[in-house]
Design a protein around this ligand. Structure first.
Ligand code: 13P
Length: 245
């Protein structure tokens, strides 16, 4: 992907039934024809999404190549199915499924070693924000996830800054606060890993109404969209604003 254009990633989470997916696909496959778009459906629906004009990603991955890991999907299996991206370290995985920084690091490494691009999610809780700990939390998450990886590997990582208090709440940080945190993230990745201008997406309550405003943040590389990505018309509007037709 060219680095200087915006990217829109749809994280559909655990939404839509098979019937709803076929309606969704009829619209999306016709209208979304940009290689700047990554759709991450619930994994059982992946085969319906591959081989279109957008990229397909998983919402999660395991760190081992194969074996007795009931319920998991390996990076090698994902790649063999035409998947090119994977979301790692989403706050719902960190919180609800107790994923540790170490596990997240192992997943990032395994995914990169198996030709997948990684969308690494980072972000602070409401409490951490009120204690002014956003930078400290983000620094810990980034340093542990990317520890020991060389710059060629890190160049296949896209960061997604998702303040947890903004996910699914309709509450969005001020534009200048998002800009400041993205600046901090880019500076940190350069300082720690010598990778310049790593792409950083914003995620958290992005929708068809606020996208025009969010799209004016000068250093944002694109958007990670949850709820609004499950509604094809809303998702298309976000794509049109951020990526163009
Ligand atoms: P919402 O867009 O529903 O707030 O979800 C954001 C998110 O978690 C994307 O990964």
């Amino acid at each position: 992907m060219e680095k200087n254009k915006k990217i829109v990633v749809g994280n559909m989470k655990m939404n839509l039934t098979s019937k709803e997916i076929s309606t969704y696909l009829k619209f999306v496959n016709k209208k979304i024809t940009s290689r700047r778009v990554v759709i991450c459906p619930t994994s059982i629906y992946v085969p319906y999404f591959v081989n279109q004009n957008y990229f397909v990603g998983l919402q999660n991955i395991y760190s081992e190549e194969k074996g007795a890991y009931t319920g998991e999907i390996s990076p090698k299996q994902a790649y063999s199915m035409g998947i090119s991206f994977v979301i790692v370290g989403h706050s719902e995985r960190r919180t609800l499924f107790k994923e540790s920084d170490t596990l997240i690091h192992n997943k990032v490494k395994a995914a990169l070693e198996n030709h997948l691009n990684v969308i690494l999610c980072i972000g602070e809780t409401e409490e951490e924000r009120s204690l002014l700990k956003t930078d400290v939390v983000i620094k810990r998450q980034i340093k542990s996830a990317l520890k020991g990886l060389d710059s060629a590997m890190i160049s296949k990582v896209i960061l997604a800054y998702e303040p947890i208090w903004s996910i699914g709440t309709g509450v969005i940080p001020k534009k200048k606060d998002i800009e400041k945190t993205i600046d901090y993230i880019k500076g940190l990745v350069f300082q720690e890993f010598l990778v310049e201008d790593i792409p950083v997406l914003y995620g958290g309550s992005v929708n068809e109404k606020n996208i025009e405003k969010l799209n004016t943040i000068p250093n944002v590389s694109g958007f990670l969209v949850g709820g609004a990505s499950t509604d094809p018309e809303k998702f298309l509007k976000i794509i049109e604003v951020a990526v163009g037709r």
